[in-house]
Structure formats: C-alpha cells, structure tokens
Design a protein around this ligand. Structure first.
Ligand code: GDP
Length: 446
C-alpha cells in the first residue's frame, strides 16, 4: 500500500527537522513542505493539504519549540491531529440496529467494487448476528444479478433480483418489501454503476433512493482513482444523501490519499476498507489507529484490543511490562509466538506492533509463517531454562546449537536461522524500552 510510503516520508521529514539544532520558521517550513509533497504524491487533494499546513502553522508555537520542548513530538502530534480531522467528519454514520429493519443503499461507479462490497458488508453483519439480505437493483450491467446471486449463495445470504424486469426502482421496492416481511433487519440494495459519472446514473440513483427511503447510503470508491476522488465523491453526494464511504482495493498499489479527499467531499466517515477480493478481506475503519499506522507509530489501540482478546487477563500486565523494559529473551519470543498463533490473522497483528515489519510474516503467506513459528517453537522446546531466560546471544555456543538441533530433530542451519530471527526481533523490541503504553485510542508514545 502506497500509504505506507506516505507515512515513511512524513516520519522522515519530522526526523530531519528534529535533527536540526535550532527550530526556526525556516526549518518548520522545510518540514511542512516535505509533508505537503508527500501528501500530494499520495493523491490527497491540494486544497486539503494547503489547509492542513496552514492549520499546523497556526497551532505550532515556535516559541514553545525554541524553549526546548520535544519538537518532534509537538509537530507530530499536530500532523496527527490534522490528519485525523480530515478523516473524521465529526459525526458518526448511521449504524443499523439488530431486530429493526434498516435499508442500506450502495452507490458508486462501475468497477469500484460495489457488488463485492455489498456482500462483504452483509457477510460481516451476518457473522455479528444480523439477518441481512441483498437486493440487486442493477439492471444496467449484464451479469450483475448473477454476480450478486453467486456471492450471496456462497455466503448463505438471501437475495432478490430479476432477469426480466428492467425498472431498477420496481426491483428495489419489491426486494425491500419482500425482506421486510421476512423480518430481515439489514436490507442491502445494490444499484447500477456507470463507467463514468453521467446524468442517467444520478437520476436513477435518486429515484431508487426516493422509493426505498434508505436509512444509509454508502458511497463505494476505488482507492486507486487518485486526485479524481474528491470530485467523484462530491458528485455522488450532490445527487443522493451519502452518509458513509467504503474505500476498496486498499491492498493494491493505490495511493490511498483519495480516501481522505472522499471524506472531505462527502463530510461522511469511511466506515470500512476493502483489502482483497475475498469475502472476509474487509476491515472496520477507525481513524486514530489508521493515522497512527500511517505515521509509522504502530497501532497501539488495535494491538491492545488483540492482546485483550487472546492474552489471558493475568498475563497482560506482565507482557506490557516486558515490552516497556525492552528486555527480550527467547522465552518471551516463545510466549509471543504462542500468543500470535492464538491471535489469528498473523500479518494483521504484526503490522500493529510498533516497529515490527512484515518480514517474519509476509501477507499472503500466513500458512508458511505459521509452520515456521511452530518449527521455531519445537527448537525452543529443546532449550534449557538458562538459554531461554538469557538475553545474551553469545551464550549460544556451537555445541549448544548442535545439541538443540539434535534434540529437536532439526538442522543446525535452522537453529542458526532462528537465532538470527531472535536477534532481529530483540533489536526491534529494545527500541520499545521506556515506551509508555498509551490508553486505548491515544496516539503512541514517541
Ligand atoms: P462493481 O462494478 O462496482 O459492482 O464492482 P465489482 O464488485 O464487480 O468489483 C470489480 C472488481 O474489483 C472485481 O474483480 C472484484 O473482485 C474486485 N474487488 C472489489 N473489491 C476489492 C478489494 O478490496 N481488493 C481487490 N484486490 N479487489 C477488489
């Protein structure tokens, strides 16, 4: 994801600035210019970037900086707040309630991922106990109904559509009525898209909305559309009351900055992002953790949530304590591997850990990574307590390594490879020394 590069560029700009001996207006301007360039390269709309830097200049008080306060922190906090402000329109979107029928209408251009996203949205809610249903009111694209039918069948979600009826408004109304009678509490209406914005599309959307009176209209946007995002989102908003945005294909090479622009154009929050073609490649979107990750600060709140889900209550304080001590032993690595295996989508958890790269667990190769971890754990099972509790890799002499290999039935080379991995992780872990673990939702300590 190119957004990661954006995070990297911003962090570098801040780093360069904090290396300067004196922070004056010139140094601050240089830093903001770098940030501006990075945001524009990521396709964030020019006006948004300009407003953001103007705001930062207003907030950051150069006298405070000169007085020796932590400059990088003050400016990073300002950048963090401004990015959050762009992404958070200040009002939450409508959330459907279980047991009460809600109609949610999806709009977007053809190819944006609208039909796929309708099913992902239905599937997500079905897993959480809703009773969703899908209505295909796309009579424009040949094959749209078949696609929805196929997706819905796979996910065991009831669907409605017609091969013969050509009036999308009639299909939408009939579908909504049918599912209301069947006590479905989340009725999702997929509408037609077009290759480009045109009057006929907007008129049809308006009519479907008028007839079905949706509780929420979701605008689906392909993250790779770049600078066009702002205008496209605005055009949809002017025709129907868009209340939320879903950004798709965030797994590709999209620059992603369009998401920020779409929020600004529709004044509606991004609620989910699509991260792949599969039904479950769909993530809830939260502003603060997203910006934290973007700025390379690690997603502490996501990580803490995961910890709370899988690490037994009584072990949580101990783990956090170990993290903040920056003292990493093979035993800690073993315990973390145990937790990671329990935590599920491994890459996701690891990308939340501040400073952790996906090196150990590249995305898409989770199975391989899991067997690697299991292999490492077998080797560690052959270690003595002294070896597990030491953080000195020199203790691992050749004869010890040979003994571990023999004991676990693995090759010497594999034990050495594991020790390299340990050293790599220990180095990253040591950077966390002294970190204050922030409360949920706050930005990471710097
Ligand atoms: P629609 O014309 O807007 O209904 O778009 P579709 O739902 O048919 O999607 C168009 C293409 O984008 C399909 O090949 C989907 O599999 C693909 N797609 C949708 N969402 C995502 C996503 O989040 N990531 C990736 N990689 N592909 C996606």
């Amino acid at each position: 994801m190119v957004l990661a590069q954006l995070g990297g560029s911003i962090s570098r700009a801040l780093q360069q600035m904090s290396n300067a001996t004196i922070i004056d207006e010139k140094v601050l301007n240089e830093c903001l210019n770098e940030i501006t360039r990075a945001l524009l390269q990521a396709d964030v709309q020019f006006k948004l970037v300009r407003d953001m830097t103007t705001n930062i200049k207003k907030i950051v008080n150069l006298d405070d900086l000169a007085a020796g306060h932590n400059k990088r922190r003050i400016i990073q906090q300002a950048v963090f707040n401004e990015l959050c402000k762009i992404l958070d329109p200040g009002k939450p979107s409508f959330t459907p309630k279980k047991g009460k029928p809600s109609v949610v209408m999806f709009v977007g251009l053809q190819g944006s991922g609208k039909t796929t996203t309708c099913t992902k949205y239905a599937y997500y809610h079905q897993k959480k106990g809703w009773k969703p249903a899908l209505v295909c009111a796309d009579t424009f694209r040949a094959g749209a109904f078949d696609q929805l039918k196929q997706n819905a069948t796979k996910a065991k979600i009831p669907f409605y559509g017609s091969y013969t009826e050509s009036d999308p408004v009639k299909i939408a109304v009939d579908g909504v009525e049918t599912f209301k009678k069947e006590n479905c509490d989340l009725i999702i209406v997929d509408t037609s898209g077009r290759h480009k914005q045109e009057a006929a599309l907007f008129e049809e959307m308006r009519q479907v909305a008028e007839a079905t009176k949706p509780d929420l209209v979701i605008f689906v946007m392909d993250s790779s559309i770049g600078q066009a995002a702002f205008d496209q989102a605005q055009a949809f908003k002017q025709s129907v009351a868009v209340g939320a945005v879903i950004v798709t294909k965030m797994d590709g090479h999209a620059k992603g900055g369009g998401a920020l622009s779409a929020v600004a154009a529709t004044k509606s929050p991004v609620i989910f992002i699509g991260t792949g073609e599969h039904m479950d490649e769909f993530e809830v979107f939260d502003v603060k953790p997203f910006v934290s990750r973007l700025l390379g600060m690690g997603d502490w709140s996501g990580f803490m949530d995961k910890i709370q889900e899988v690490v037994p209550m009584d072990q949580q304080p101990e783990l956090l304590q170990k993290l903040s001590e920056g003292h990493f032993t093979l035993r800690i690595m073993y315990e973390q591997f145990q937790n990671i295996l329990k935590m599920g989508p491994i890459g996701q958890v690891f990308s939340m850990l501040p400073g952790f790269s996906a090196e150990l667990m590249p995305k898409g190769r989770e199975k391989e990574s899991q067997s690697k971890i299991k292999r490492y754990m077998t080797m560690m099972d052959s270690m003595t307590n002294e070896e597990l509790d030491s953080s000195n890799p020199k203790l691992m002499t050749d004869s010890r390594i040979m003994r571990i290999a023999r004991g676990s039935g693995r090759q010497v080379q594999e034990v050495m490879e594991m020790m390299e991995e340990y050293k790599r992780l220990a180095k990253i872990w040591s950077k966390m020394k002294g970190l204050k673990i922030p409360k949920k939702g706050q930005m990471s300590a710097l």
